[in-house]
Ligand binder design. Structure first.
Ligand SMILES: [Zn+2]
Length: 101
């Protein structure tokens, strides 16, 4: 079952890299609740707090992979092969919000 764990870890890394590369702070959150942490929105994602939808185009697969690899390189982790990154349901959980720590 360690494959599952690897996949899950890669997915988490992938989403983290995506957020670093493409995430923006929700402008509605910033206006409505300047003291609270705004939601981090990926391109096309809707803010769950106020319903604001990020108007940007989805980045291409190449852009995503480049962002993930850049993130992994910067964090010192070994990049998994790109095929592993794009397989699986990395977008399915996109509606979940990681709470700011
Ligand atoms: Zn918002």
């Amino acid at each position: 079952m360690s494959d599952m764990i690897d996949m899950y870890r890669d997915m988490k890394l992938y989403r983290k890299a995506e957020r670093v590369a493409f995430g923006i702070k929700c402008p509605c959150c910033a206006l409505a609740r300047p003291r609270a942490h705004p939601s981090i929105l990926l391109p096309g994602q809707r803010c769950r707090v106020d319903g604001y939808r990020d108007p940007r185009e989805q980045p291409s697969e190449d852009e995503r992979n480049a962002a993930v690899n850049a993130f992994l390189a910067a964090s010192g982790a070994t990049p998994p092969p790109p095929a592993q990154l794009v397989s699986g349901r990395t977008r399915g959980a996109g509606d979940q919000q990681d709470r700011a720590k």
